[in-house]
Design a protein around this ligand. Structure first.
Ligand SMILES: [Zn+2]
Ligand SMILES: [Zn+2]
Length: 178
């Protein structure tokens, strides 16, 4: 017989507390996780879903599953911080079409240009986002020659920049026809 490392059962209630002590975790209550366990048999720890099960009225998860999810969560936070710090230094990550998240929002690569948004400004409906040139790292110019969408015409607006037709860098000439 081989000695196998036994999986320990952790009470979901304790796991939620441990998880909430980690950085950048949602403020969901234990009740929220319990409902998820009840409904899906799983709970979300960071970006990872782990199985949850009930024994004698108490919800549990396996310690190894939880440890793996926490490890991934910590790695994701570390990466997020790195990308954010890089951005402040003018280092842009990703290739065409990639969406890169930062601590304050994110950016999407469109060839030589990028679309940058701030969660704070979006939340307050101040700005949907701004275009920059990747090479020159300066604000890009925009032209708005498209017709507005029906949400803008007939309703309260789409909240996007739907009339945008062209983005260009006045310094290096990079451009994008939308
Ligand atoms: Zn619109
Ligand atoms: Zn440029």
């Amino acid at each position: 017989m081989t000695m196998e490392e036994k999986t320990k059962e952790l009470k979901l209630r304790d796991v939620v507390q441990l998880y909430r002590n980690e950085e950048k975790t949602p403020s969901n209550s234990y009740e929220w996780y319990r409902k998820s366990a009840q409904q899906y048999g799983r709970v979300s720890i960071g970006d990872t879903d782990i199985p949850a099960y009930k024994k004698k009225g108490i919800w549990y998860v396996d310690d190894k599953e939880f440890a793996k999810a926490i490890k991934r969560h910590r790695e994701a936070i570390k990466h997020l911080k790195q990308v954010t710090a890089d951005y402040a230094k003018g280092i842009i990550h990703g290739k065409n079409g990639d969406i890169i998240h930062t601590e304050w929002g994110g950016y999407e690569i469109h060839g030589n240009l990028r679309f940058v948004w701030s969660n704070y400004e979006r939340y307050r409906k101040k700005s949907y986002g701004t275009w920059y040139c990747n090479k020159c790292n300066i604000l890009a110019g925009t032209e708005h020659n498209k017709e507005e969408c029906h949400l803008c015409r007939d309703w309260n607006g789409c909240g996007r920049d739907c009339t945008l037709s062209r983005v260009y860098c006045s310094k290096c000439g990079a451009f994008l026809n939308v």
